[in-house]
Design a protein around this ligand. Structure first.
Ligand code: ARG
Ligand code: ZN
Ligand code: CA
Length: 243
């Protein structure tokens, strides 16, 4: 990524209650968080421990709010099977998904904060779903997930990042500069937290691709940046966004 990638964002709001009909200010606050977190402008970026100072990344991708689409619904929760993306299920189909990042703000249910589609999937379901209770800052966003980092984490997945623990005990996230984690970390871990995996590295619990609270995650690594950049070059799954 050379600082020229600018991603238009379409926000699809599905609401039954007024709290679910999140304000334009709350929507813009999520865009602002993405721009900070992906450009090393988050206020907590300097909290990254010295151990990781050499690998903390300025990803250099910009997000621009393109449009907000709202739809009233009688559904109380949408689940994780993409119903919110389908007109036939009462949802909203994505707008220009090969050139615009679509976000859905709705109640997912089941304690799920958000979910994303990885690069290479069907364009009809491409994008990121963020529960309206955790979308952006303040407004209806609920602590400890009220700093917009669900959006940052999910957009990380949308750009091909895996969970830092590799979804297995001492698993791999396919990124070499992130330490091997035992398992997901939650809450606000004390530093240093040592892995018991091979080499017993200090875990990078402050990485956006862990499962900690919003105020405990504040960096991507350079290896993650390379993995994200690779999808936007010629032959990459999201090359159409890099034009
Ligand atoms: N559980 C969700 C996922 O696996 C998101 C976790 C986001 N964490 C946060 N602190 N907001 O994609
Ligand atoms: Zn995740
Ligand atoms: Ca790794």
């Amino acid at each position: 990524v050379n600082g020229k990638i600018e991603i238009p964002v379409v926000v699809n709001v599905l609401y039954r209650t007024s709290a679910e009909n999140i304000s334009n200010a709350q929507i813009q606050s999520q865009i602002d968080v993405l721009n900070k977190d992906f450009n090393a402008q988050n206020s907590d970026f300097n909290s990254v421990p010295a151990l990781f100072a050499g690998v903390k990344a300025n990803v250099g991708i910009t997000f621009v709010l393109d449009q907000v689409i709202r739809k009233s619904t009688t559904k109380t929760s949408w689940g994780t099977a993409d119903a919110m993306k389908k007109t036939s299920k009462g949802g909203l189909a994505p707008t220009s998904p090969t050139t615009k990042l679509n976000l859905w703000a709705c109640t997912i249910g089941g304690g799920i904060l958000g979910y994303a589609q990885f690069p290479g999937g069907a364009s009809a379901t491409d994008g990121v779903v963020i529960d309206s209770k955790y979308f952006g800052l303040s407004g209806a966003a609920n602590a400890p997930y009220n700093l917009g980092r669900t959006g940052t984490h999910e957009v990380g997945h949308w750009m091909n990042l895996r969970h830092i623990w590799g979804d297995a005990t001492c698993g791999s996230d396919l990124v070499s500069d992130t330490p091997t984690h035992n398992e997901p970390n939650y809450g606000v871990p004390a530093y240093p937290h040592y892995s018991t995996c091979s080499g017993t590295p200090v875990e990078m619990t402050m990485n956006y691709m862990d499962y900690t609270d919003d105020n405990a995650m504040y960096m991507f690594s350079n290896g993650q940046k390379s993995r994200m950049a690779a999808i936007f070059v010629s032959g990459g799954a999201r090359f159409s966004f890099g034009q």
